[in-house]
Design a protein around this ligand. Structure first.
Ligand SMILES: [Zn+2]
Length: 493
């Protein structure tokens, strides 16, 4: 890890500052001063200490670094491979095909790529939901990668190739935590990651007990259609394992009873809208969970399928929530005249929401004394950069990763003038290419191609009969009702 010697004070000047403080104060033409690992001051007319790096933030938005609470970083090694999958195809890939073939060096390659990917997009803290840790060697490789990139990470240790009560019973797993916890200050945290099937015998109890014993939060895929449901939540609750630091990922296919249990025990929900919209866990749940007062954070889930920036998460979450409100209203013959979910709220979920889920009230806000994780969104060459009228709306619907100008993590500049600092992407590329070569060879070309291009059974893509379509333009024949000719075959349509 870099040392304090490579830290200079950083002064952002003249920007629109989303402080995300308790009052959500927005300052215009304002400055943010970073000294060491902290935000020293936020205000106007601040002067630069000796040796400070001054970043002209005029025309831009200065905001806290974003926090992703659920990302399977290792899967980034097969970026975009599963773009057309459903959850069923993902499970085949994961349990039976490539997922099981990942070696420690492949976990490392995926994590390295994902770590820089997150920083590049202004995501300064990422929970690595690392459920491919088949051996402790895999876990060592995951940690090594996270340590080598200058972001803040939480390794959520998991192993979906074994049952939670099996892998958590391994003494080597316990000693892994003994070896690594606390060794990186607050730059690397830990959680336990496993799912609860709803088996009435509740075999997952042993895994929860390890978490309790080690004082580690649990993160769990809850409310996933066909996989986890209300039974798992109820069992957790009845056994006293629903804690304020528990993170429920997706929480989509759940009933009100589960939402009541989550709200009452103080846990939070990690919503991965891009994922829920296309994989089939259930409808992105913010429209329900916000009514129960359940805290929300945002996440991207996996780049084997989807994108990896929280701009996408904010945008899709606003869209899905509003879409559902309109649909529910229309079904009742009503019209929504005011959007309940605001751009400001999703910006909060992307920053403070994630910080709160991790129990970190020193992250996700730009206030004096907070950790210096800062993002400047500014792109003078882009017509999308102005006018800057509604800063929350601008972040949620206009900005994208290419507009991230500067990123500071723990007081260090990790992206400057749109370029990552200190990233050896050429060597990351080599590692990822080696992983792809290995996986492709291990499964064989046929499985590789089929996995990436899943078949669509015949009936599913048949174009439905259309009573208004009487002309077959291609064969220049007409079959209009009662002999009438509809349309001219060569009309250029
Ligand atoms: Zn997931």
């Amino acid at each position: 890890m870099p040392t304090t010697a490579d830290r200079r004070p950083v002064l952002f000047t003249g920007g629109t500052v989303l402080t995300m403080d308790d009052q959500h104060t927005v300052l215009t033409d304002a400055d943010v001063l970073v000294v060491d690992d902290r935000v020293a001051e936020v205000g106007t007319g601040l002067s630069a200490p000796d040796g400070a790096e001054v970043v002209d933030a005029s025309g831009g938005i200065v905001m806290p670094g974003m926090v992703d609470t659920h990302r399977h970083m290792w899967q980034t090694a097969m970026r975009a491979y599963g773009a057309d999958w459903t959850l069923t195809q993902y499970f085949v890939w994961y349990y039976l095909e490539h997922g099981a073939k990942f070696r420690p060096e492949d976990i490392r390659a995926g994590n390295l790529l994902s770590a820089w990917d997150a920083l590049e997009a202004g995501v300064t803290t990422t929970v690595d939901w690392s459920h491919g840790l088949q051996t402790v060697d895999h876990a060592e490789a995951a940690v090594e990668a996270l340590r080598s990139a200058p972001g803040r990470y939480v390794l959520a240790y998991g192993n979906i190739q074994a049952a939670p009560w099996e892998w958590t019973a391994d003494p080597a797993v316990r000693s892994f935590f003994g070896r690594h916890r606390g060794s990186d200050g607050d730059m690397l945290g830990f959680q336990l990651a496993f799912d609860v099937t709803g088996d009435p015998a509740f075999p997952e109890k042993a895994a929860f007990e390890l978490a309790q014993d080690l004082g580690l939060p649990v993160t769990t895929h809850a409310g996933v259609w066909g996989a986890t449901n209300d039974d798992g939540i109820r069992l957790m609750h009845e056994h006293g394992f629903m804690q304020p630091d528990t993170v429920y990922v997706h929480a989509a296919t759940l009933t009100t009873d589960s939402y009541h249990r989550i709200a009452a025990t103080g846990g939070s929900v990690s919503v991965s809208t891009e994922s829920e919209q296309s994989a089939g866990q259930g409808y992105p749940p913010t429209w329900q969970v916000r009514r129960h007062g359940i805290p929300v954070s945002l996440s991207m889930d996996t780049s084997v399928w989807w994108s990896s920036d929280l701009f996408s998460a904010m945008r899709t979450t606003l869209g899905a929530d509003r879409s559902r409100e309109h649909l529910e209203a229309h079904a009742a013959g009503d019209t929504v005249t005011h959007s309940a979910l605001r751009a400001e709220q999703v910006v909060e979920w992307a920053t403070r929401g994630g910080a709160a889920a991790l129990g970190r009230d020193d992250l996700g806000r730009l206030t004096a004394g907070a950790k210096a994780d800062v993002v400047l969104i500014k792109n003078d060459d882009s017509p999308v950069s102005f006018p800057l009228l509604n800063p929350y709306g601008h972040v949620a619907f206009q900005a994208q990763r290419g507009d991230v100008h500067t990123v500071v993590v723990d007081g260090r500049v990790v992206k400057r003038d749109h370029k990552l600092v200190g990233a050896d992407l050429a060597s990351v590329r080599t590692e990822v290419e080696n992983t792809v070569d290995h996986l492709r060879a291990a499964m064989g070309e046929e499985v590789w191609q089929q996995g990436m291009n899943p078949d669509l059974p015949g009936e599913d893509h048949k174009v439905l009969d259309n009573p208004y379509q009487y002309t077959d333009y291609r064969s220049h024949t007409t079959h209009g009702a009662r002999g009438t000719v509809f349309g001219e075959p060569n009309s250029g349509r």
